[in-house]
Design a protein around this ligand. Sequence first.
Ligand SMILES: Cc1cc2nc3c(=O)[nH]c(=O)nc-3n(C[C@H](O)[C@H](O)[C@H](O)COP(=O)(O)OP(=O)(O)OC[C@H]3O[C@@H](n4cnc5c(N)ncnc54)[C@H](O)[C@@H]3O)c2cc1C
Length: 468
Amino acid sequence: MSDTSQPHSDSADAPAAERRRLRVAVIGAGPAGIYASDLLINNQDHDVQVDLFEKMPAPFGLIRYGVAPDHPRIKGIVKSLHRVLDKEGIRLIANVEIGKDITLDELQDYYDAVVISTGATKDRDFDLPGADAEGVHGAAEFVGFYDGNPLFERDWDLSAKNVAVIGVGNVGLDASRILAKSAEELHVTEIPDNVYEALKRNQAEKIHVFGRRGPAQTKFTPQELKELDHSENVHVIVDPEDIDYDEASETARANAKATDQVCQILEGYAMRDEDPSKRTLQIHLFESPVEVLTNDGKVVGLRTERTELDGTGQVRGTGTTTDWPVEAIYTAIGYRSDVLPGLPFDDQLGVIPNDGGHVLANAGGEAITGVYVTGWIKRGPIGLIGNTKSDAKQTTDMLFADVAKLSTPEHSDPDAILALLESRDVTVTTWDGWYRLDEAERAAGEAEGRERKKFVEWDEMVDAATAQ
Ligand SMILES: Cc1cc2nc3c(=O)[nH]c(=O)nc-3n(C[C@H](O)[C@H](O)[C@H](O)COP(=O)(O)OP(=O)(O)OC[C@H]3O[C@@H](n4cnc5c(N)ncnc54)[C@H](O)[C@@H]3O)c2cc1C
């Protein structure tokens, strides 16, 4: 990292004419990076220019490559982020991976400060016995496939009739809903052709979703849990034996409306009988996965141990196990962030060590001046898109408080960074390029009476974004 330059002499107290422009690189154009960019350029005290770097040819992070295709309402958040990226003062430099196309050290020669918002794309490790068997998939892999992320598989084996999904959060719901819905239901969304073709071959008859604890301890949000049942082809059930509360659960219900709503919805599902005319999605509670059962290296079942509440909202094992015959298992036990070369990484928490915004040299160590972090890479892969906004505020406030300490970068010409990337044969895609790609995807969808059809090949995206 460069420290050859002089500290800033300007501060919020200096007259505007004397203040020089602060140039900030934000790395990762997901919601956290976009909200941070907005806060940076909109502040009253400093003149800020943001370059927003993104490794994919398109912006929006997990809104494009995480949020399920049958959640267009959520994808609508893109509209407000669009308005941010339309603003002068933010320049999108996409199709550029920090750590590969340009190092963080090099970047610091061009900017007064760097904000890292690289999010998360991978699955957390799943280490049950048998977990490496054929047929065990991480939900993030499946999400990457059905959301048309060019870095993930183009085809998916959906021949399993009985499927287990491990994890009782919204990602588990997304994966099970996509497995349960018909290909035709999903064809109206933006899914690419390869995903539609794979879904047409989906043999799933019963999807079992497993959670270790009880109704009050699930991580579902009420709207997503309710919506699971909105498909004509899907029948959601819960075994009445799986509805149980201890004192801590009752307190959790009384203290949080959302928890209570989730419990009520689960209780509603527990009143139903099976409906053999539809794909069944059964949510099992108090079942802790203990082993993947295999034959010849392939999944043939999942063994779970029955648990019971211990009065504090935690559970203990009862020693009673059940073997569920399933041919595929999806683990939705959480996402994990990638290491960013040149910076420390807290393996335990899966984040860049930080004190609420400043990047630290190591967990509990000194702050690295001029380097900040926001979003999932800052606090771990939990929370909704909206949560990244307050997060970004905390981080950008820290950056502004440090202005007097920031070093002046070696290169002041805003085009110098583009020249460097060009000299390395890196094809940059821009915000104007997103408009072109967006239009091309919409045109491809309209031809089939759909709002959009996503492009899945990297080159196809870059070609559309850079078309003259
Ligand atoms: C499957 C799934 C479904 C979800 N559904 C919902 C939902 O319905 N509603 C909701 O509110 N929230 C949902 N979320 C949560 C939401 O997606 C996150 O809260 C939010 O995306 C986190 O924002 P972020 O900007 O921190 O990370 P991300 O969205 O991951 O953005 C990080 C960006 O950084 C880029 N990047 C990474 N490394 C580099 C690098 N080295 N150089 C340059 N760029 C880089 C990535 O390509 C990405 O664009 C869902 C999450 C998942 C995983």
